[in-house]
Write a protein that binds this ligand. Structure first.
Ligand code: GLP
Length: 262
């Protein structure tokens, strides 16, 4: 596992956006063989979206042949709902770039048939040959997408009930009222994430420090879903000084030393 440690969330965002741009360019995507990008919501990736928009405006990158799959969506929220992940993605990213709307995939939280919606999502990812680069954040309990602690490492896209800690964390987007936070979400599985050719998990701020310690220093355990990244061939964790507060000094020295020698 590669761990990149940056000073703050701005530096993390610049690094991640640069890496995404580099990966898209390197793949030389075309209509026939687009680049497939997995995307998260949350406050952590906001800076990445801002940087990618800047790169697009400065003509450094094009999203013409990029296909995106979002990680998750709340059950029961319409795309027009300000708290839906559809709305978040359009307002913070898609409306500023040259992506073809047909290339945007986000789970439908209003579906009447959850099983079919999730199965179709998996099929669509497969039809593109899988996800080339998956970007994710991490919950304070170590969840990735909405795969809460004790989710199966083999899980695929499905409906999940949210953990009380996630509902509490996310209530800041719902007027700090936990009764307004949906209790369920559709989410890609841990298996879906792990099938991606590359995975980047971003973590910023001290409230992610315990999750990052468990992910990097503890043995793989379903109690911390992100710890499965230890087994990914191309897994990268990008974190700031706040998020590494609970890592041991030798671990920090190792990763800082390794990156400095690159
Ligand atoms: C939600 C999302 C996750 C995200 C997490 C952390 O639960 N489903 O994908 O990683 O929040 O969000 P934030 O970046 O706002 O801390």
């Amino acid at each position: 596992m590669r761990v990149i440690i940056k000073n703050d969330s701005n530096d993390c965002s610049t690094w991640v956006a640069g890496y995404i741009a580099y990966s898209i360019k390197k793949a030389k995507p075309s209509a026939k063989k687009p680049f497939v990008l997995g995307l998260p919501t949350g406050s952590t990736p906001l800076g990445v979206y801002k940087e990618l928009i800047k790169l697009y405006q400065n003509k450094k990158i094009s999203f013409e042949h990029v296909v995106t799959f979002n990680m998750d969506e709340y059950v029961g929220l319409s795309p027009e709902d300000k708290n839906s992940y559809h709305y978040f993605m359009h307002e913070n990213f898609f409306k500023f770039i040259n992506i073809n709307p047909k290339n945007i995939y986000i789970l439908n939280g209003l579906t009447k048939d959850y099983a079919k919606e999730c199965e179709d999502y998996e099929k669509a990812i497969k039809a593109y040959g899988g996800i080339d680069l998956m970007l994710g954040g991490i919950g304070s309990d170590g969840h990735i997408a909405f795969n809460e602690p004790f989710s199966s490492f083999a899980s695929r896209t499905r409906i999940k009930t949210l953990a009380p800690s996630t509902i509490k964390d996310n209530s800041r987007f719902f007027d700090n009222d936990i009764s307004k936070v949906p209790t369920q979400a559709l989410t890609i599985g841990i298996g879906t994430i792990m099938d991606s050719k590359e995975v980047i998990i971003m973590a910023t701020g001290e409230n992610k420090a315990e999750a990052i310690r468990a992910t990097i220093e503890e043995p793989i355990n379903h109690k911390c879903p992100a710890s499965i990244l230890q087994t990914h061939r191309y897994g990268i964790i990008v974190c700031d000084e706040g998020a590494i507060k609970k890592l041991s000094s030798p671990t920090i020295q190792y990763f800082k030393g390794t990156e400095n020698r690159l």
